[in-house]
Design a binder for this molecule. Structure first.
Ligand SMILES: [Zn+2]
Length: 120
C-alpha cells in the first residue's frame, strides 16, 4: 500500500509482530509504549493494563520499548526494527495545587518534570 510500510519488530513487547506504519513515521528509532503501567495503591504497587495511563490519577511509572531500524537487505519485504533499549518513563513530579494532584504528564528523560514544568 502506498505510504504505508510493513515493519517487523524483533524483541520486547512486539516481538515477531508486523505492524503497518505510515512510511513517513518510519524513523531511525521507534518507541512503543507498553500497555501496562505502574500505579500507586495504599501499601502496594498496582500493575495496570489499559489504553491510557493519563486517565489513571495514580500512575507513576511506565515502560517504553525503543526499536532501531535495521539496514535493509535485498528482497526484504519488511522494514526490520530491533529492540535496543527498554526505557523507564516517570511521571512529572509537579504537584498542581489547583487540581490537588500531580501533573499527569511524563517527565522528560532523566528529569523530574515534564517540558511544561521544567525548572529553567
Ligand atoms: Zn508536568
Amino acid at each position: 500500500m502506498r505510504g504505508i510500510s510493513n515493519c517487523k519488530f524483533i524483541g520486547g513487547s512486539q516481538d515477531g509482530k508486523i505492524l503497518e506504519i505510515i512510511s513517513l513515521h518510519c524513523r531511525k528509532r521507534l518507541c512503543i509504549e507498553s500497555s501496562t503501567w505502574f500505579s500507586k495503591a495504599k501499601d502496594a504497587v498496582k500493575i495496570v493494563k489499559g489504553h491510557s495511563k493519563y486517565k489513571d490519577p495514580d500512575w507513576f511509572q511506565s515502560l517504553c520499548y525503543v526499536y532501531e531500524k535495521q539496514p535493509k537487505k535485498k528482497n526484504d519485504k519488511f522494514i526490520v526494527y530491533q529492540l535496543i533499549e527498554t526505557r523507564n518513563i516517570h511521571r512529572c513530579e509537579k504537584y498542581l495545587e489547583n487540581k490537588q494532584r500531580m501533573c499527569l504528564h511524563e517527565a522528560q528523560p532523566g528529569k523530574k518534570y515534564c517540558s511544561t514544568h521544567k525548572v529553567s
